[in-house]
Design a protein around this ligand. Structure first.
Ligand SMILES: *[C@@H]1O[C@H](CO)[C@@H](O)[C@H](O)[C@H]1NC(C)=O
Ligand SMILES: *[C@@H]1O[C@H](CO)[C@@H](O)[C@H](O)[C@H]1NC(C)=O
Ligand SMILES: *[C@@H]1O[C@H](CO)[C@@H](O)[C@H](O)[C@H]1NC(C)=O
Ligand SMILES: *[C@@H]1O[C@H](CO)[C@@H](O)[C@H](O)[C@H]1NC(C)=O
Ligand SMILES: *[C@@H]1O[C@H](CO)[C@@H](O)[C@H](O)[C@H]1NC(C)=O
Ligand SMILES: *[C@@H]1O[C@H](CO)[C@@H](O)[C@H](O)[C@H]1NC(C)=O
Length: 403
């Protein structure tokens, strides 16, 4: 009997503790005056269902991103962030002030980020189950929402309005603004661009829907992300599964289906950096590689382009040094817009020789009796079975080894 009573008490005690911890973790509303500090405690504002959390994620030691992420999966996939170009130190704080200001500030109180609204009528904030963080007034009118300032991701129910943009991350692990932009233009056209240097100074459309004038909004029914490699992907996370482990995001489609061949611009480097070769792996993910005899400029950034590992051929008439150069063949490879000379009805040997004798020739392309001489920087490089022919890469050799 005593045992039964005490077990009942323990049951209610446990239930009470469970409810207590559940309410402690599940913030419906963020009241004025609330704040979160960037530190190891991982305090967050969680949506009522627990699906999404708002708070800080440590990206590098001592570097925090103010973000929203999927909170019920181990990957804690980030869907939005406030300070992607400017990680903050430990001790930084995001605060919803009593006067309605919503600000991220560093430990010295310096403001890093804030919402762009007149804040005086904000009554509370809320992390919603859709993944949207909102600031609301007393008549439940949303004054600011993270959905209006997307980073690289669109969630179901989130709309990309006219002039709305997604900007890809720099890499898989670096959330800074990267090289690709996806936008719904004012003219209603949906376009992807590649930027040259982090910032969108020079941009080139590589995909568009040609829907000028139709004036629509863009809504996806899945998580859509503009990946760092420029591909817009739709993902699903399998909701239920018999086995506990081995669940992860799976891709349901890609736009464009092959970015390596899709981007062909007379200016810019193409999907990868200059002198690179883009190819689609069996996983459909674009890869940037260097030709034989070349190496990547920044080993931490496969998209930074490639440089030759050898001293260029001299253009000096006396010291041409053709004997030091040889060719490495790469089938189905081309840099389609880098040619400066074109010959027809020639043989492969002739094509090779004409490139060898020319100090400006970096690569010769031979296909069906046609020969192209290619110059630096090589751009839009790709290897794809639809290309045909071969690229002959001119490389300096020293005693049998490339250098
Ligand atoms: C948030 O606050 C509003 C207004 O006070 C209230 O109507 C709503 O029910 C609250 N939501 C939660 C989840 O507490
Ligand atoms: C905070 O999150 C990190 C990364 O998910 C985890 O390793 C750590 O144990 C968490 N700390 C606390 C106090 O929950
Ligand atoms: C919202 O309404 C509550 C209750 O009526 C009031 O105490 C509060 O000051 C109001 N907040 C704003 C920002 O108007
Ligand atoms: C909330 O904002 C809306 C739109 O700006 C406004 O019409 C309404 O009066 C505001 N409500 C309060 C209580 O301030
Ligand atoms: C991310 O990449 C940018 C651009 O190269 C660089 O400036 C920044 O330092 C990188 N951030 C991290 C955390 O590595
Ligand atoms: C090339 O290799 C041969 C034999 O291995 C050697 O005798 C010769 O000195 C080498 N020449 C150069 C320029 O390294």
């Amino acid at each position: 009997m005593a045992f039964a009573v005490s077990s009942k008490i323990i049951f209610f005690l446990l239930l009470f503790l469970f409810l207590l911890s559940a309410t402690a973790q599940r913030y419906g509303n963020v009241t004025l005056g609330s704040s979160i500090t960037a530190n190891k405690e991982n305090s967050t504002w969680v949506s009522p269902s627990g699906e999404f959390a708002f708070g800080f994620q440590q990206i590098i030691p001592g570097g925090y991103l103010l973000a929203i992420w999927f909170n019920r999966i181990p990957e804690r996939t980030i869907v939005w962030s406030a300070n992607r170009d400017n990680l903050v130190q430990e001790g930084s704080k995001v605060q919803l002030y009593a006067d309605g200001r919503f600000e991220l500030s560093d430990p010295s109180g310096h403001r890093i980020w804030t919402t762009t609204i007149s804040h005086d009528r904000v009554a509370y904030g809320a992390m919603l189950d859709t993944g949207n963080f909102v600031l609301v007034n007393n008549s439940s009118v949303v004054l600011w929402q993270s959905f209006d300032e997307p980073t690289d991701t669109l969630l179901p129910t989130q709309t990309l309005n006219k002039d709305g943009k997604l900007v890809s991350s720099f890499s898989k692990t670096n959330f800074s603004r990267g090289r690709f932009l996806f936008t719904l233009q004012y003219d209603g056209n949906l376009v992807s661009y590649r930027s040259l240097k982090g910032y969108l100074l020079q941009i080139f459309a590589y995909w568009s829907t040609q829907t000028i004038g139709s004036g629509f909004k863009l809504i996806f029914n899945r998580r859509a992300i503009l990946e760092y490699d420029g591909v817009l992907k739709h993902y699903v996370y399998p909701k239920s599964s018999n086995s506990a482990g081995a669940r992860s995001w799976s891709t349901i489609n890609f736009i464009p289906s092959n970015i390596c061949t899709r981007i062909t611009q007379s200016t810019g480097s193409g999907a990868c950096g200059f002198n690179s070769i883009c190819s689609l792996g069996t996983d459909q993910i674009p890869k940037c590689d260097c030709p034989f005899g070349y190496s990547v400029i920044d080993p931490n950034d496969r998209m930074s382009g490639c440089k030759p590992n050898f001293v260029a051929q001299s253009c000096d008439k006396e010291a041409h040094g053709t004997e030091f150069f040889r060719f490495t063949d790469m089938p189905n490879t081309d840099w389609p817009l880098s040619d400066y000379a074109y010959f027809q009805l020639v043989t492969e040997d002739w094509c090779r020789q004409v490139c060898l004798d020319d100090c400006f020739c970096a690569v010769a392309i031979y296909r069906d009796g046609k020969c192209w001489k290619k110059k630096y920087p090589l751009s839009n490089g790709r290897v794809d079975s639809s290309t045909g022919g071969k690229a002959m890469i001119k490389i300096r050799y020293n005693n049998g080894t490339a250098y």
